[in-house]
Design a protein around this ligand. Structure first.
Ligand code: BTN
Length: 247
């Protein structure tokens, strides 16, 4: 399984995720990348909005993995690619705040989302979306500004968006191809080394509505996070957790 890229560039779109899903439903091939300068309805995890001013990197990748097992690890592959690609292109080394945030000093620099479409029992396609705050000021993110970071502010210089995009796609291809060869453990090991939460006090909101505090322990091989809460170990799955933050 080797990925070759077919990058389609847009000015403003609603959401690259939405465009990619539409094109994938219409048969777009694996490796199609939807790249936009800005989004007016960028999507975040759990139906949240993703503010997407000009200057950021917004892309969505169409994948046709052909197997369902372990597909949820593709979000982690996206987060690793975004972290490594950012380090190589901008010299800023983000950590991964489980499950899919890119953070620098606790502030959010980017995020990853993955959506899958199934037909009957089989997987039709997966779209992995990556957003990185690039060349704009955090002021542009309104209420979120104090919890956010941008590459331009961190590096005190604008980042070259085309090289950021290329490095992230290169890293993603490596991770995806590894995943396709069954190297899930390698992916998890790499993610463990980049996780911001290991051993830290965290607070998280469960989808059932409860907010709980505990100590984040290990990232399990299936991508779930073990958190010790009042002496008990809970195994959190990404889809059950609305948000998680370090205390
Ligand atoms: C999150 O942290 O909640 C995930 C954010 C994912 C944002 C990216 S930007 C490119 C792609 N298109 C979208 O609408 N969302 C993802």
């Amino acid at each position: 399984m080797t990925l070759s890229w077919l990058v389609r560039e847009y000015g403003e779109v609603s959401s690259t995720q939405e465009v990619a899903e539409r094109l994938a439903s219409g048969g777009a091939r694996e490796g199609t990348v939807i790249l936009a300068e800005r989004q007016n309805s960028g999507r975040g995890r759990m139906e949240r909005r993703w503010l997407s001013p000009k200057g950021g990197l917004y892309l969505s990748i169409v994948l046709r993995p052909g197997r369902v097992g372990g597909v949820h690890l593709l979000t982690l592959a996206g987060a690793l690619a975004a972290a490594e690609g950012t380090r190589r292109a901008a010299g800023v080394s983000p950590k991964i705040r489980w499950p899919n945030d890119l953070v620098v000093g606790g502030r959010k620099l980017g995020g990853v989302i993955a959506t899958a479409s199934t037909r009957g029992e089989s997987l039709e396609f997966v779209v992995v979306g990556i957003g990185v705050n690039g060349n704009f000021r955090t002021d542009e993110l309104g209420d979120l500004s104090s919890a956010s970071a941008t590459l331009m502010e961190l590096a005190q210089a604008p980042v070259d968006l085309p090289s950021l995009r290329s490095r992230i796609l290169e890293e993603f291809a490596l991770r995806y191809e590894g995943w396709g060869r069954g190297e899930e453990l390698k992916l998890i090991r790499l993610a463990r080394s980049l996780l911001s939460t290991s051993g830290k006090k965290v607070e998280f909101a469960h989808l059932r509505g409860t907010v709980t505090r505990g100590i984040a322990e290990k990232l399990e091989e299936d991508g779930s996070l073990v958190v010790k809460v009042r002496g008990k170990r809970l195994r959190l799955r990404a889809e059950e957790v609305e948000w998680l933050r370090e205390l």
